[in-house]
Design a protein around this ligand. Structure first.
Ligand code: NAP
Length: 309
């Protein structure tokens, strides 16, 4: 068997086409959505992620507002920058690029983001709304975390239905695995999820039972072909830097062994799978937030809490 490609580049391009139209509709109503970014320090990978996010915004007509601080910035200086983005009316939503320099309490910084401007969907209020929003018809979800949203969208747009299927998620990190389990098991999505991690006693056995496997770990080629049920859909999320090319570029490896392509029914390439989808969903969150401001959902959790519904 040779797996069908879950093509993140093509799918993200299609989503951006849709977003471009939504942004131009917003502009006719006098609204230009804007993504803010806060980059602390000069980590090469973080800088290139932020640059990529601004490039995505430019492609669909979303404005970019960029703040930078040196790696030596104190907690208070970072907190002030977050408040500046909260208060800036040109910023529809923003992200704080992670990781922050060692010694800075990331959760405390994320907690300072206005939940209504939380482009990454990682503020505790929005993660709480995700837990509460088990039934999306009664409680409107806040912004959803971008990587899990991108994974579900990638599957949907390739016709891979997860309802009544068994999904094994490897990794319980807060940006991917943990929220993905919540999102897949929502009413209406209806997957049955096994959330595994480094202390799962027999990982291979859990993965072997799954119709869909999501590897969000950061261990190169952890997932082997013999772990995969023939025909399963496999999403390779993890990214590990394994060295540097002679041109000075980072050499990257995913979590999924290349031999999995011979057993799986669908496979997301890495790069070119979940990465571009994550970026597309970030821009989608900004556009969603801008649209919701014009026409708030009657039970949007943050609208209700702030008495604006
Ligand atoms: P994280 O918070 O460090 O979580 C990693 C998870 O992997 C943890 O739950 C850990 O288990 C588990 N793990 C580690 N070794 C394992 C093993 N041998 N077997 C089973 N589980 C193991 O990382 P994250 O932020 O969730 O990100 C995960 C990976 O996805 C990273 O490589 C990251 O770069 C990548 N990523 C990619 C994208 C994208 O757009 N492509 C976006 C976000 C993240 P414990 O909890 O027990 O320690």
């Amino acid at each position: 068997m040779s797996a069908i490609k879950l093509d993140g580049n093509a799918t993200a391009a299609a989503i951006k086409d849709e977003l471009r139209e939504r942004v131009s509709a917003l502009r006719t109503k006098g609204v230009t959505p804007g993504l803010g970014t806060l980059l602390v320090g000069d980590d090469g990978a973080s800088r290139s992620y932020v640059t990529g996010k601004h490039r995505d915004c430019a492609e669909v007509g979303v404005a970019s507002i960029s703040l930078e601080l040196p790696a030596s910035a104190s907690f208070d200086e970072i907190a002030d920058a977050v408040r500046e983005l909260n208060d800036n009316p040109q910023v529809t939503a923003f992200i704080v690029q992670l990781p922050l320099p060692p010694g800075i309490d990331e959760n405390a910084i994320i907690g300072l983001i206005d939940p209504a401007k939380d482009a990454d969907g990682l503020h505790p209020e929005n993660l709480g709304a995700l837990v509460l929003g088990v039934n999306p018809t009664t409680v409107a979800p806040g912004p959803l975390p971008c990587t899990p949203a991108g994974i579900i969208e990638l599957l949907n747009r390739h016709g891979v239905d997860v309802a009544r299927k068994h999904v094994a998620v490897i990794g319980r990190g807060i940006t991917v695995g943990r929220p993905l389990g919540l999102m897949l098991s929502r009413k209406g999505t209806d997957a049955t999820v096994t959330l595994t991690h480094s202390r799962t006693p027999d990982l291979a056995a859990e993965v072997r039972r799954a119709d869909v496997v999501v590897a969000a770990v950061g261990v190169p080629h952890l997932v082997k072909a013999e772990w995969i049920k023939p025909g399963a859909a496999v999403l390779d999320v993890g990214v590990t830097r394994t060295g540097t090319t002679s041109q000075g570029r980072a050499k990257l490896a995913g979590d999924v062994d290349p031999s999995v392509a011979d057993v799986a029914g669908w496979l997301s390439p890495n790069p070119g799978g979940v990465g571009p989808m994550t970026r597309a969903m970030l821009v989608a969150n900004v556009v969603d937030i801008a649209e919701r401001k014009l026409a708030p959902h009657p039970s949007a959790p943050y609208a209700t809490l702030k008495g604006t519904s």
